[in-house]
Design a protein around this ligand. Sequence first.
Ligand SMILES: C[S@@+](CC[C@H](N)C(=O)[O-])C[C@H]1O[C@@H](n2cnc3c(N)ncnc32)[C@H](O)[C@@H]1O
Length: 232
Amino acid sequence: MSRSDRYAIDDVAFIGRTVAEYERMFDLDLSAWSGESVLDCPGGACAFVTAANASGVDAVGADLLYDVPPDELREKCQRDVDTAIAGFDGVEDQFVWGYYDGVPDVREHWTAAYERFIDDYEAHYDTDRYVQTQLPDLPFDDDSFSLVLSAHLMFLYIDTLDHEFHEASLLELARVATEEVRVYPLARFDGKRYPRLDELRATLADAGHATEIRSVPFEFLREEPEMLVVEP
Ligand SMILES: C[S@@+](CC[C@H](N)C(=O)[O-])C[C@H]1O[C@@H](n2cnc3c(N)ncnc32)[C@H](O)[C@@H]1O
């Protein structure tokens, strides 16, 4: 299949999801993490951090672009949603339309997410709620968070992010977690699972981390909806 026959955008997009999408992608019951610390990396334009904090979770976001001033980042959010939505043109049949009822509904979710995110980012730009970072390095001490979430970076951009990046990033995410790291999805936009997942799991096992593939109740990509769970 050529690139134009499948969903494809050139760069890693700065987009985000609503907390309801995250709850499904990570099979997450937010109320169960009340009072706990949770890291979302990469946080992108997600409403997760603000919604989780409003629910009593001590949530922190980390992303490559969290040093960009709020006004500039707001414009990027708008541009990147447009680009990401345009990527569906002509390839809509490669997705499972259940959670979303069509491309306009995807746009509504991702717009709602970034609008909620950017207001919170503006209010907390100078605090440690939104932290600039570049995986595979994280500026946090060992065991800083109970739960670490990571969506839509690893396993998706394998043309630009190599196996060593994935290995080092997963080990780093596990270093800062005490209970679990959850990573979603395990497949690319074409529905094919990351080809060296077993090798990654072996590397994590050698470093003392048990892993598990767990089903999640979120269908969108043409793959088994699953996440990787890493135990620190
Ligand atoms: C597609 S978004 C995913 C955001 C969110 N997790 C979600 O599921 O909607 C990918 C994010 O990865 C960030 N990013 C790209 N490379 C990164 C790196 N090396 N370290 C941290 N963040 C990175 C981008 O800035 C972007 O916000």
